[in-house]
Design a protein around this ligand. Structure first.
Ligand SMILES: Nc1ncnc2c1ncn2[C@@H]1O[C@H](COP(=O)(O)OP(=O)(O)OP(=O)(O)O)[C@@H](O)[C@H]1O
Length: 819
């Protein structure tokens, strides 16, 4: 794509954004519970639109070169991502479920399932800070120091004689196999000769011979032609990949080169812009600074005099936290400002009084209302979207685009140099603010002198800055630092040596294979509960973990989620998802799994110290993932004998406390994984883990793509002879881990070499599959039953029951009326 194309994409994104911002307003109006479905539909549609926008802004930010525009697009990208997360929360709140069936919305908007995919901004990985890379190097260095010890321990030598015997045995076996094949061939030839001798040779005339040869040849030619035609048609309709892979790959690599080239240009332009910012700032401070200073002083003095003339006394100087003298210039007369300052105190008092009165009134009304509702026996619930934190940021960004960039974007090849006029405007404001701080300091002193000289007034006590409502200083508990004298590096090293920090294997989230549920809405209509697909799980992990951990701005704007629990049978890819989160966000991986804590930091104080250090380091070196495998063990109802030694519940209390101290901006996420949550106390588990993602066995669509892509990942292009659909059908009940295991055991090195002569067929995998234990129905049912005991599951169940009851009541009423 050319630069002009990215520019046009940006412009069209703003057209969509304008439409979405218009829709936002209507969503704030409360909707009665009866219209739940329409409300869900509107939410779903908005969510899909924002996802599309996120994709566009990500592409534009990745490829746009002009530094000022990139800054604006970045702000828009982060705030749109925040809005996507807010809408996801709304969807969960309204649908009482972690997964959503958006197939009808997709259909109406003429989108494909690929549009449901949550895009992960490319800058998460491309703009990883150097500190993150340094951390990774530090960990590699610590681990390499530890390695020789462990490798020495694990290496068990083999005696020379034993080794010779082993090699001889293998060589004799090889020779035996060769001889056997040779003998088999000799016997086959002998058998054929014998049969020919017994049957006697057919005598053909020359004509018959010619006809036979022609028959075979023509048949062969026709079959080849038909096969070719069929293949061409399948390629044409996109059912088979094009054989021209080389050409395809060269086009892709060319496009990638173009993108990389643009990223290099971005860096060059950014450096230019950084230098220009410093230069413009300095030149403005030098040329316009003194004038600005004098003008400000003049204005403020004028204000002092006018206030004194009007009220007979000098005004109070606005506090620094209120913006200092900037408050005076906000289009107000000096008298207004003074009055405002005076009025603030009185208003606060009045407001407090009114609040206490209102509270009393509300309580009375509530009581009355409750009594009335109880009398009527009905609950009047209304659905409404919560006010957004991201919309103001998006609107401001959109405004800025309209005011500054919209009319300057034109041209097929827009200029990618920075705009010096806009830069000067921005820097002028910055310089003005800096100078204002200096001027305020001077003028405060001058005011004090004036009061003393003119009114003979001693210094007045400074008015306390206005407190923001809701924030009560001192109420938030402050964390006690148990390791005040230790550096982060030394704590990190300590954790790495103890094995609590791990090196995560690189796994991309897109490699978590799985297709979406195509019939979700149909199932819902048939009153069947749709189960989450692997696709849904991938999307939820992207939304809950990756987007939040990837960017500090998104984390601050999005609703806070500190922990998630992945619940599913063994082999569903829970650990793989944890690794993928670390890879996509460049997070540090801390392992607090009960089995990993055996013998580490013993005693009550030890456990407290361990959790403290892990959370402290995780927060200081954010983004971080704290993983707890077999998370049920921390909350065992009854500790089994074999786990008594590890004392799995010892970190429970400290974990809950440490989690509560995480605030927006602390990019730390606790991810628990478990396959047996039934063994845990459900209350404790659900208190620690805010979101619970159930991972049932894969459905047919997911199994199909799993087989296909896992075989392809081994470097094999499945042929027509491999019936993947049949494989997907018979592997019902098996997890992705099982499927991978079966593929790996069939595709041995020897089988690989035979592929050209003997293509793969489905039956080969069945033997391997039959050796593995599938997820039995009882196990899955018990997991589902457990899920419906969790807070969200319970609400969902109750809602569905209520709906069923209401429908039954409606039906009986209709029947009665017909009679
Ligand atoms: N959806 C998937 N796509 C691709 N590979 C998968 C998928 N799910 C699982 N795998 C693969 O299956 C194997 C087992 O996965 P993993 O160890 O993550 O499962 P798990 O649920 O953590 O198991 P356990 O509960 O036993 O710890 C891994 O090699 C992983 O890469």
């Amino acid at each position: 794509m050319s630069e002009g194309a990215y520019q046009r994409l940006w412009e069209s994104s703003h057209v969509t954004l304008q439409e979405l911002l218009d829709q936002e307003q209507t969503l704030l109006e409360p909707v009665p519970d009866q219209e739940r479905q329409t409300f869900q539909y509107r939410l779903g549609s908005l969510y899909l639109h924002y996802l599309g926008l996120l994709r566009c802004f990500d592409t534009v930010y990745d490829q746009l070169v002009q530094p000022q525009k990139r800054r604006l697009v970045r702000r828009l990208l982060d705030s749109v991502a925040g809005r996507v997360l807010e809408l996801k929360d709304e969807l969960v709140r309204v649908e009482l479920c972690e997964t959503h069936c958006l197939d009808l919305v997709l259909q109406d908007l003429k989108l494909t399932p690929a549009d449901l995919e949550v895009p992960i901004p490319k800058y998460f990985l491309l703009e990883q800070s150097t500190t993150m890379q340094e951390q990774r190097l530090m960990l590699a260095e610590i681990l390499s120091r530890l390695e020789p010890v462990s490798s020495r321990k694990s290496f068990t030598g083999m005696h020379r004689t034993e080794a010779i015997i082993l090699i001889q045995r293998a060589e004799r076996a090889r020779q035996g196999r060769l001889r056997a094949t040779f003998m088999q061939e000799i016997r086959r030839d002998e058998e054929r000769d014998r049969r020919i001798r017994e049957d006697g040779r057919h005598k053909f005339s020359q004509g018959q011979e010619a006809v036979t040869i022609q028959k075979v040849w023509k048949g062969y030619l026709q079959r080849r032609r038909t096969q070719q035609d069929r293949r061409t048609e399948m390629e044409f309709i996109g059912m088979l990949p094009s054989p021209n892979q080389v050409e395809h790959l060269s086009i892709i690599s060319q496009a990638c080169q173009g993108e990389d080239g643009r990223r290099i240009r971005q860096m060059e332009k950014e450096e230019e812009f950084q230098a220009a910012m410093v230069k413009t700032h300095d030149s403005l401070a030098e040329t316009e600074g003194p004038d600005m200073k004098e003008k400000m002083k003049e204005q403020i003095r004028q204000w002092f005099i006018e206030c004194h003339d009007l009220t007979g006394r000098f005004p109070d100087y606005p506090d620094e936290s209120l913006g200092g003298s900037y408050l005076i210039f906000a289009d107000k007369t000096p008298e207004q400002v003074r009055m405002e300052l005076e009025m603030q105190v009185q208003e606060n008092k009045k407001r407090e009084k009114a609040k206490s009165k209102e509270k009393e009134k509300d309580e009375k009304e509530k009581k009355k209302g409750k009594e009335e509702k109880a009398k009527k026996g009905e609950v009047d619930a209304a659905l409404q979207v919560l006010p957004s934190r991201c919309i103001p940021v998006i609107s401001a960004g959109h405004e800025e685009y309209l005011n500054i960039w919209k009319n300057r974007c034109g041209g097929v090849h827009p200029s990618q140099n920075y705009d010096s006029e806009t830069l000067r405007e921005e820097k002028r404001k910055e310089v003005e603010l800096e100078i204002r701080i200096q001027v305020d300091e001077l003028m405060r002193q001058e005011l004090r002198n004036l009061r003393l000289a003119v009114d003979k007034e001693e210094e007045r006590p400074l008015r306390a800055p206005k407190k923001t409502p809701g924030k009560k200083p001192g109420i938030k508990k402050k964390e006690k630092d148990l390791t005040p004298n230790r550096s982060v590096e030394s704590l990190y090293e300590e954790l790495a040596i103890a094995g609590l920090v791990r090196k995560s294997e690189p796994v991309a989230l897109k490699d978590y294979i799985g297709d979406c549920l195509y019939l979700g809405s149909a199932l819902s209509l048939a009153k069947k509960l749709p189960m989450p697909s692997l696709f849904d799980i991938r999307q939820n992990v992207a939304l809950y973990a990756v987007l939040r951990l990837g960017s500090p701005d998104i984390h601050t704007m999005a609703p806070l989620i500190r922990s998630i629990l992945l619940v599913g049978p063994s082999g569903m890819g829970k650990k793989m998802l944890v690794k993928a989160v670390c890879t996509e966000t460049g997070s540090n991986l801390f392992d607090l799994s009960p089995d990993n804590l055996l013998g580490k930091y013993p005693g009550r104080n030890g456990a407290q110290m361990m959790v403290h250090i892990v959370f402290k380091v995780a927060r200081l070196l954010q983004p971080s993932v704290i993983w707890i495998g077999n998370a049920e063990k921390n909350f065992y109802k009854k500790i089994p004998k074999e786990d008594r030694e590890i004392d799995p519940k010892r970190i429970k209390k400290d974990l809950t406390k440490a989690l509560r101290l995480l605030t927006p901006g602390d990019r730390v996420m606790l991810i628990g994984t478990t396959s047996r949550p039934q063994l845990a106390e459900i209350r404790g588990l659900c208190q620690v883990y805010e979101r619970i993602l159930l991972m049932p066995r894969p459905d047919y669509a997911s199994r199909y793509v799993l087989w296909k892509r896992m075989i392809e990942a081994q470097g094999i292009q499945p042929t027509q002879r491999l019936d993947i659909s049949a494989l997907a059908k018979v592997s019902d009940g098996y997890t992705p881990g099982h499927i991978l295991q079966a593929i790996q055991s069939v595709l041995s090195e020897r089988r690989f070499l035979q592929l050209s002569k003997r293509p793969l067929v489905a039956s080969e995998f069945l033997g391997q599959l039959s050796k593995l234990d599938p997820v039995y129905r009882e196990e899955e049912e018990s997991l589902k039953d457990w899920y419906f005991k969790t807070p969200l599951g319970k609400k969902n169940m109750k809602h569905r029951m209520d709906q069923l009851e209401a429908e039954e009541a409606k039906l009986t009423k209709e029947k009665k009326q017909r009679k």
